[in-house]
Each structure stands twice: as structure tokens, then as C-alpha cells.
Design a binder for this molecule. Structure first.
Ligand code: HEC
Length: 177
């Protein structure tokens, strides 16, 4: 019994010490939150894994509507992409903007030919955003129809050429010269 009490006391003392160490770390300023400083590998892994699991756990409610392959839906999404997304996610053969260059984590390249767009996942990212990254949640400013239009455009992004991008975003793209 005595040994058991000693073990419990030791565990409680260690737990209190750990809590104090965490609080001391939080107030110490040791961790560098500068966007330009690379992430500690363990923190980066933990944040990324939490994010992936969180998104995956919330896809069930996203019911993909019919008609995402209609040309007018894709073009409507193209216009929304230029207005809301290109500043961070770029466009084919366009150098990253100063905003995109300064973000940590970096915005993923949605135009990479190897990407396989997942409609439910993309809807989740666009509607709700990702905390503590620059990815905004557009659910506060757009209805689901507009978000699905953007998803329809995202389906076409992998490997998209500069000329296809210009054609699909025509209403707001600068005139070709
Ligand atoms: C201010 C910058 C910014 C804007 C504007 C922005 N994004 Fe993002 N986006 C990010 C960043 C940063 C991430 C990475 C988040 C992370 O690491 O979890 C991201 C992640 C994503 C992802 C997840 C991709 C993946 O494979 O992890 C999708 C999809 C996406 N954005 C689409 C969009 C769309 C569509 C728009 C416009 C409606 C948009 N984003 C607007 C910065 C931005």
C-alpha cells in the first residue's frame, strides 16, 4: 500500500512539473512564430497530421451536386478562382505573388499535373478554410453553389495550360496582347 501511495505521489508530482514546464515554454518566447522561419519538423508533422485527420473526419456532410462538369459551371468557378484564390495559389506560368511567397505553410500548387482533385475534400477546404494557415474559409461570404462552382474549376486544374486558364477565366482575365 505504502509503495502504491509513493508511486501515485510521484506521478502527480511529475504531472505538475510537466504542466509548469509547458507554461514556462509558452511564456519564454523560445518558439519562433515568424512566418519566414522554417517549422520545427515535429510541430510541422503534428499540425499537418491533425489537419488531414480533421478534414477527413468531416467529409460525410458534403454531398456533391450533379453538373460540376458543365462548361458554364467550370467557367463560373474560374472567375471565382481569379477573384479569390489566384493571389495565393497562382496561375500557370505566372510567378508566385509576394503574398504567396511569404506564406508559411506555403499554398499547395493546385495546378500540379500529378494532383487528383477530391471534390468533397476541396469543398471542405474552400468552405471552412484551415485554422492557423492562410487558407480562408469562404463559407462566411459565399453560398454552397458558388463554392461547388469553384470545386468544378479545381477539377480541371491539374496540368492546365496558360491558354486554357485564360479561356476558362476570361470574364476577369486581362485582355490578351
Ligand atoms: C491568403 C492565401 C490563400 C487564399 C486566398 C486561398 N488559399 Fe487555399 N490554401 C492556402 C494555404 C496556405 C493552404 C495550405 C493549408 C495547409 O497547409 O493546411 C491552402 C490550402 C488549400 C487547399 C488544400 C490543398 C491540399 O492539398 O492540401 C485547397 C483545395 C485550397 N487551398 C483551395 C483554395 C481555393 C479554391 C481558394 C479560393 C476560393 C483558396 N484556396 C484561397 C492559402 C490560400
Amino acid at each position: 500500500m505504502k509503495a502504491f501511495v509513493t508511486v501515485v505521489k510521484t506521478i502527480v508530482a511529475l504531472a505538475i512539473l510537466e504542466c509548469l514546464a509547458v507554461v514556462a515554454f509558452i511564456y519564454s518566447g523560445v518558439y519562433d512564430v515568424s512566418a519566414t522561419a522554417p517549422d520545427n519538423a515535429i510541430v510541422a508533422w503534428a499540425v499537418h497530421t491533425v489537419s488531414e485527420a480533421s478534414v477527413a473526419a468531416r467529409l460525410g456532410a458534403n454531398k456533391v451536386p450533379a453538373g460540376l462538369d458543365k462548361p458554364e459551371t467550370i467557367k463560373a468557378g474560374g472567375r471565382l478562382f481569379v477573384e479569390n484564390c489566384a493571389v495565393c495559389h497562382g496561375a500557370p506560368e505566372v510567378a508566385p505573388t509576394p503574398i504567396a511567397q511569404g506564406l508559411n505553410p506555403s499554398p499547395p500548387n493546385l495546378f500540379a499535373a500529378t494532383r487528383e482533385p477530391d471534390e468533397k475534400e476541396n469543398f471542405q477546404f474552400i468552405k471552412y478554410g484551415v485554422k492557423m494557415t492562410a487558407m480562408p474559409g469562404f463559407g462566411k461570404s459565399q453560398d454552397d453553389d458558388h463554392i461547388w462552382q469553384t470545386v468544378a474549376f479545381l477539377n480541371k486544374l491539374p496540368g492546365m495550360s496558360k491558354s486554357d486558364y485564360a479561356a476558362l477565366t476570361a470574364a476577369v482575365a486581362p485582355a490578351a496582347n
